[in-house]
Design a protein around this ligand. Structure first.
Ligand SMILES: Nc1ncnc2c1ncn2[C@@H]1O[C@H](COP(=O)(O)OP(=O)(O)O)[C@@H](O)[C@H]1O
Ligand SMILES: [Mg+2]
Length: 376
């Protein structure tokens, strides 16, 4: 398929999807503000679609102010009387706006969807499945890679099988915790404290606690369980937080990797890179390129590409590591839809590697427009 869009349409139509049902709703809106502000509107016909916390799709404002992060409130997509749906009409996938007692209105066919969604029901393969069912092209990882990348347990299983170094951890299902919490406590004790208690499928550090002793464990488990009945509990790792951006190669080319970046959390009472450090207090310093020996930079980039391929990644991913004092690289996680505001680490790492924000958006849309639908 050409990038010219459908017949008679000079510009490909890009539906930008944001908001969503997960606890990272606001973060996704902030990402949308960045993308809507930078996407080339001379080249693409952009349709902003917000997903309310209820799951309803609504036609959203393309203005960036509304979706930006302000000190007083977090942005949120409001439910509306008008619902947007994707339906096949006349052999094309069209966006339709429907409201009670009115004739549904066609918004036209969509060439590519850009799902700027973080967390469950967005980054986890569910939206991707919906788009696959309707043969609609979209930016980023497919169903399986999205689902595995969302689940901190299964991603480790995949990483380990690809020979990547994963830190000590246990996965705890809802059934295990409710049937036999004592065994869970024993297994955690064997990991050694501190531990990090995490919802298996969340992000933006939501629901994550650092626990220094057995006494604090149950409370941390209950906090994590508010986000997900399934948990991952990891031994705390001492190391610098090093990240690498991966971009799918064109055609049959290998994935491209950026210069690595480093996150350091400076003061503000943040014991780790938690939600407030990430989004509220701006307490995290991103440095890119990270100040690492040449040999470590090469290794980070190689391992990031291995992680991307291990999942069957497409489009983009950010791969995060701990770089230990003895020079080991332990993989922490992969994010198939990483933070994507102009200030976020993923675009910053590409900027430091010679690819600016608007060009990065353009490249991602290019990759999506050129990919096959169906099994790949
Ligand atoms: N095993 C660990 N050892 C040390 N720090 C950790 C560990 N796991 C998480 N952290 C800290 O918590 C932050 C968030 O954890 P992470 O697994 O990356 O969750 P999220 O998907 O929400 O970003 C990390 O950036 C790091 O600062
Ligand atoms: Mg993380």
């Amino acid at each position: 398929m050409s990038t010219e869009g459908r017949k008679g349409q000079p510009k490909p139509r890009v539906a930008v999807l944001f908001g969503g049902r997960s606890s990272e709703h606001a973060v996704s809106c902030v990402t949308a503000a960045g993308v809507l502000g930078a996407i080339d509107k001379d080249k693409y016909d952009v349709i902003p679609i917000g997903i309310a916390k209820t799951g309803q799709w609504v036609l959203a404002s393309g203005g960036t102010d509304e979706w930006s992060l302000s000190a007083s409130s977090l942005p949120e997509v409001a439910p509306s009387a008008q619902t947007v749906t994707l339906a096949e009409i006349g052999g094309e996938h069209q966006l339709i706006v429907a409201a009670p007692n009115t004739v549904p209105q066609e918004l036209g066919a969509v060439d590519v969807v850009f799902p700027l969604l973080h967390g469950p029901f967005g980054e986890d393969g569910t939206i991707q499945g919906l788009l696959e069912l309707s043969d609609t092209r979209y930016v980023g990882a497919g169903v399986l890679a999205s689902a595995v990348g969302m689940d901190k347990h299964f991603m480790k299983v995949v990483f380990e099988s690809a020979g990547l170094h994963v830190g000590p951890y246990i996965a705890v299902t809802d059934r295990q915790w409710r049937n036999d919490p004592e065994t869970v406590r024993k297994r955690v004790d064997q990991l050694g404290f501190p531990v990090f208690v995490k919802p298996a499928r969340a992000g933006s550090s939501m629901g994550i606690s650092k626990v220094d002793s057995l006494e604090g464990l149950d409370a941390a488990i209950e906090i994590a369980r508010e986000h997900d009945p399934k948990l991952v509990i990891e031994a705390g790792i001492t190391g610098r937080e090093i990240e690498c951006a991966v971009l799918e190669g064109r055609g049959t080319d290998a994935p491209r990797t950026s210069m690595p970046g480093e996150i350091s959390v400076a003061g503000g009472g943040h014991e780790f890179y938690d939600f407030n450090a990430k989004y509220v207090d701006d307490a995290a310093a991103l440095s890119c390129p990270a100040d690492l020996p040449e040999e470590a930079i090469t290794r980070v980039r190689e391992l990031a590409a291995v992680a991307f391929d291990a999942l069957g990644g497409e489009g983009l991913s950010r791969v995060d590591f701990f770089y230990t004092p003895d020079g080991e690289l332990i993989i922490n996680e992969i994010n198939t839809m990483p933070g994507f505001t102009p200030k976020s680490m993923y675009p910053q790492m590409w900027k430091a590697s010679g690819l600016g924000y608007a060009d990065l958006i353009d490249e991602l849309i290019h990759l999506a427009l050129h990919r096959k639908t169906g099994l790949r």
